[in-house]
Design a protein around this ligand. Structure first.
Ligand code: PEP
Length: 252
């Protein structure tokens, strides 16, 4: 049976004020309430997380943070722990986003952060993806290396608690996404890699896709086999486009 699609709205460093965030969240919530059969997660800037989650009494939308510290607490100026994020009512944390990796986050950091999120009993959404694609298939090696690092401290039975987001960096922020067939091929590769290291529990882990997912291509991307959700960047901060994307995702 096909899994309920998981659609994650990564607002990144938008919008500028809490007032605008509230407006965007209200529109997102209304759109999510109209669509059945999909799980919707909103990842606002951390400073807006508690204000939005505290005022939300519904069940259709869950919350995520966009990053986390690998440490539990102490002298780490500017950082947020998994426990603090959980206390702000988030259920998911994005780990290893390419924009964090571009600011210096290493595979070793992703490994520690993944562990911290699981220890807090939250769900990590681990982002993997190549910077570019060549003809000789190095992108598979890049993704395998990122997966093996991120899952190094994840026990076999725990793999099912993790979401993997395949995000080819070259597609992020664009309007045209990658061919669904190539996405599908990578999703199968991801699952095979994790089954090899983590056994059967990796069979039920969710693989989602991010990188120029729009209201135009969401249906096509989600009807392709092994991909059970989308991580959505720029379209998620346009309330109308995101509502249309959710309708598409709900129609597959
Ligand atoms: C992202 O950065 O996670 C992302 C998917 O961005 P966009 O949808 O804008 O490509």
């Amino acid at each position: 049976m096909k899994k309920k699609p998981l659609v994650v709205a990564n607002w990144k460093m938008n919008p500028a004020t809490f007032r605008e965030a509230k407006k965007l969240f209200d529109a997102t919530k209304r759109a999510a309430e109209k669509v059945r059969g999909i799980s919707v997660v909103v990842a606002p800037p951390a400073i807006f997380l508690r204000g939005l989650s505290g005022a939300y009494k519904g069940k259709r939308v869950a919350f995520a943070a966009q990053d986390v510290s690998a440490d539990e607490g102490g002298a780490h100026t500017g950082e947020l722990s998994a426990a603090q994020i959980k206390d702000a009512r988030a259920k998911y944390i994005i780990v290893g986003h390419s924009e964090r990796r571009a600011s210096g986050e290493s595979d070793a950091d992703v490994r520690r952060k993944t562990r911290a999120v699981l220890d807090a009993k939250l769900t990590p959404i681990i982002c993997v993806g190549e910077r570019e694609r060549g003809a000789s298939g190095e992108h598979f090696d890049v993704v395998r290396r990122q997966l093996q690092a991120a899952f190094a401290d994840v026990a076999s039975g725990e793999a099912t608690r993790v979401v993997v987001a395949y995000e080819p960096i070259w597609a992020i922020g664009k309007e045209e996404t990658m061919p669904p067939r190539a996405m599908h091929e990578m999703a199968i590769f991801i699952r095979k890699t994790l089954v090899a290291t983590h056994g059967e529990s990796a069979m039920s882990l969710s693989v989602i896709y991010g990188g120029a997912a729009t209201e135009e291509n969401a249906g096509a991307m989600l009807s392709y086999g092994d991909v059970t959700g989308l991580l959505v960047g720029h379209v998620s901060i346009d309330a109308q486009r995101f509502a249309a994307l959710l309708r598409e995702a709900g129609n597959i």
